[in-house]
Design a protein around this ligand. Sequence first.
Ligand code: HEC
Length: 255
Amino acid sequence: MKKFVIACVMAVLPMTAGAAGGGVPLDHIEVDATNHASLQRGMKTFVNNCMGCHSAKYQRYERAAQDMGMPNELVEENLILGNQKIGEQMTIAMSAKDAASWFGAPPPDLTLEARLRGPDWIYTYLRSFYQDAERPWGVNNVVFKDVGMPNVLEYMQGIQVNNCTPEELAHGGHETIDPLTNKKMGQCLTVIKDSGQLSPEDFDKAIYDLVNFMAYIGEPTKLESHRIGTNVLIFLFIFFFFAFALKKEYWKDVH
Ligand code: HEC
């Protein structure tokens, strides 16, 4: 019994460590690769707002079009901004060397970002930029302190300000609730009213779609793996009865 209890505790320990996420509490989302409409909206936001600086060079436009149920022509017309072809990877023209000198750190390729940081981290990161006059771009970030990226989605979200002390912010802040949405906006942050194009709810939805897309490009075969996995389990289940019947047949004479 004692061993069993220890085994259970050991099994749960890594989960609690993972959930801590570096001190700042992260907002949780459930990504859904079957939601094609969400993925399509996310891809549009990604192409229009992120690919000025970040590539997703392990993802091809064509594969994304197929997986999200979009005709190739539509993707070519609306989602490929340069003169790239549908069969090409989602690369960008900016060189990493130039970018490093402009931003201090080069914007990394984002194909595998959702696997590196997890969807919750990216979802929280993109919603927790706040005004900070001491930073070169005038913004800082709760989960990525002194980040080198400007808040490129400020036109959508509006200007966000921090109501906490630096210490509170570093520890996830006190439990301030956003008066507009009644949600905890990165714990300490509130958006200045009417400074962005989207309402807080719509901005959260747009970021959900964007992160959903980023999770998809991190693991484009996930849906297929799940489908194959289910079929294999069904096969094994059916096969069990035949194997069992065969075993009975073989041992019939022995007993
Ligand atoms: C103007 C250029 C620029 C644009 C546009 C931009 N980023 Fe960034 N991004 C950067 C830079 C530079 C960094 C590296 C920051 C650092 O390391 O301090 C970065 C870092 C990141 C990171 C963290 C990477 C890590 O270290 O794990 C994520 C996630 C990210 N960007 C997502 C996005 C998304 C999503 C968009 C589109 C909504 C976007 N970025 C648009 C410049 C940009």
